[in-house]
Design a protein around this ligand. Structure first.
Ligand code: IMP
Length: 195
């Protein structure tokens, strides 16, 4: 049975990867399952670079197939910021209530377009590299709305749902989210390879 290491310790992400990949016969491991403290320096300036740095670092150290993701929010009126710095924006310890309010204020009277982007990089056991990009287009809402999800979801208004991604169920978010889109592309590639 083929094993893939998911380069995250985030339980929520691991669950999402498992739900998609285990039915295809893959065994999924995460950093939580390994007793390792390999250091990864996310020094890239694009989602592709950072996700590939994570996947390659672990593949080089452990020799197994690795999938890594990198994601964030791009705001048109902020020239694409916070982008790859989404987690670090205004400081890692600053609450999302403060970050979200800052963005709401910063886009007042400006175009409201924004995107969530996710890139999944996959390094196969033999070292072959792939990247899959998922994007969801939305707008910065004029106030925080909804209790679900995490991070910037309360300000990310998704026009087809007429509400924010924090105000819909997990299933509805996954059906359209950047991570869902990238993951489904990755799964399509694996299915094609299995045939
Ligand atoms: P990472 O890819 O897990 O490092 O995520 C980077 C950061 O982007 C997160 O800490 C959030 O600030 C933001 N982000 C990524 N995906 C989402 C999402 O689905 N909803 C809200 N914020 C997100």
């Amino acid at each position: 049975m083929k094993e893939i290491l998911i380069a995250t310790g985030n339980e929520h992400k691991v669950k999402e990867f498992k739900e998609m990949l285990e039915p295809m016969g893959y065994t999924i491991k995460s950093l939580k399952d390994l007793d390792t403290n390999i250091e990864i320096h996310e020094t890239g300036t694009t989602f592709e670079e950072n996700s590939m740095i994570k996947a390659k670092t672990l593949h080089e150290a452990l020799g197994c197939a690795v999938m890594a993701d990198d994601s964030g929010l791009q705001v048109d009126a902020l020239d694409g910021a916070p982008g790859v710095y989404s987690a670090r924006f205004m400081g890692e310890d600053t609450s999302y209530d403060i970050k979200n309010q800052y963005i709401i204020d910063a886009v007042k009277g400006k175009p409201r377009g924004a995107q969530f982007v996710c890139v999944i990089s996959y390094v196969e056991e033999d070292g072959t590299e792939h990247s899959f990009r998922g994007v969801v287009e939305g707008e910065i809402h004029d106030h925080m709305l909804g209790e679900n999800g995490f991070g910037y979801d309360p300000i990310f208004y998704y026009p087809p749902y007429k509400t924010t991604l924090a105000n819909v169920s997990e299933e509805m978010k996954n059906a359209v989210s950047h991570r869902g889109v990238a993951l489904r592309q990755c799964v399509a590639y694996l299915k094609e390879k299995q045939q």
